[in-house]
Design a binder for this molecule. Structure first.
Ligand SMILES: Nc1ncnc2c1ncn2[C@@H]1O[C@H](COP(=O)(O)OP(=O)(O)O)[C@@H](O)[C@H]1O
Ligand SMILES: [Mg+2]
Length: 262
């Protein structure tokens, strides 16, 4: 029985699709069977990020309105055995989808996969509720700035309101001088940390070439691989990008607790 994660945030453009795709890729590399579900109707991006955009015939709303079976809409990625994509609809018709239909459809697919990652649209409207409906756990992605953190606080309230209490935090795009420190992000959101990802130009370059960041020897790819290993339950040391020597020393000797998940 597969485990279903929704990858969400409050603010758009913080790296939800990037995190969903690369975690799915990493777990498929580890021999797991993984389904990526693009729930960002109208703006779908995972097909582009995976180079599958010209090969798709059906999408999620075709499955839900009975035009095709799930097997016909799910697209196995050629370059990565074990990784499959259920694309979002490109028109807004799928905004009329209902959470209970999504839950029923993905419930039927759970037996076929070890992991299902649902890529959530930005915002907290209906698309959000549809994306959250079938998930058991959430990965909340933030960037280290006030707007993103405020959006994440609101999203966390909505997740728990939907009964989703297993929520892990990913802090993405950490640069040399983040507007909000990683310690403050964690203190404000008070969530277990799945991991930290540096701001890395290689992420954009990989996306332009329809590759995973894990296919390049780059800091973001390494970080995303560590996140995936933690999802598999492995003990992996936390590595905060651009962390100062003094902070690392304090963290090591327990003066700063950077990860409740530790
Ligand atoms: N760690 C990172 N380093 C550099 N760029 C990143 C990183 N994560 C995401 N990006 C870039 O940020 C943009 C938004 O990412 P995306 O995953 O599409 O966000 P979302 O799905 O939340 O809208 C993309 O151009 C992507 O390449
Ligand atoms: Mg996205």
């Amino acid at each position: 029985m597969g485990k279903t994660y929704v990858v969400t945030s409050g603010k758009g453009g913080v790296g939800k699709s990037t995190v969903a795709l690369n975690l799915a890729y990493a777990l498929a590399c580890d021999g797991r069977k993984v389904l990526l579900v693009d729930m960002d109707a109208g703006l779908r991006s995972l097909d582009l990020m995976l180079g599958a955009q010209n090969e798709l015939v059906f999408d999620l709303s075709d499955v839900l309105d009975g035009t095709c079976d799930a097997d016909q809409a799910i697209f196995p990625l050629r370059g990565r055995p074990g990784l499959e994509l259920l694309p979002a609809s490109q028109n807004s018709a799928s905004l009329n989808l209902r959470p209970q239909d999504i839950r029923a459809m993905l419930g039927k697919l759970k037996d076929k996969y070890d992991y299902i990652f649902i890529d959530c649209p930005a915002g907290i409207e209906r698309g959000f509720r549809n994306a959250v409906a079938a998930a058991e756990s959430a990965i909340l992605v933030v960037t280290p700035d006030n707007v993103s953190i405020r959006g994440a606080e609101r999203t966390y309230q909505l997740l728990t309101g939907e009964g989703l209490n297993d929520v892990m935090l990913v802090i993405n795009r950490i640069g040399r001088r983040p507007a909000v420190s990683t310690d403050e992000c964690i203190a404000r959101l008070e969530l277990p940390v799945l991991g930290f990802i540096p701001d890395d130009p290689m992420v954009g370059r990989c996306q332009a070439r329809a590759k995973s960041a894990l296919q390049e020897d780059c800091p973001a790819g390494d970080a995303l691989e560590r996140l995936a290993l933690r999802l598999l339950g492995r003990q992996v040391r936390y590595k905060i990008p651009h962390d100062s020597l003094i902070h690392r020393f304090k963290t090591h000797f327990g003066k700063v607790s950077h990860a409740k998940a530790d």
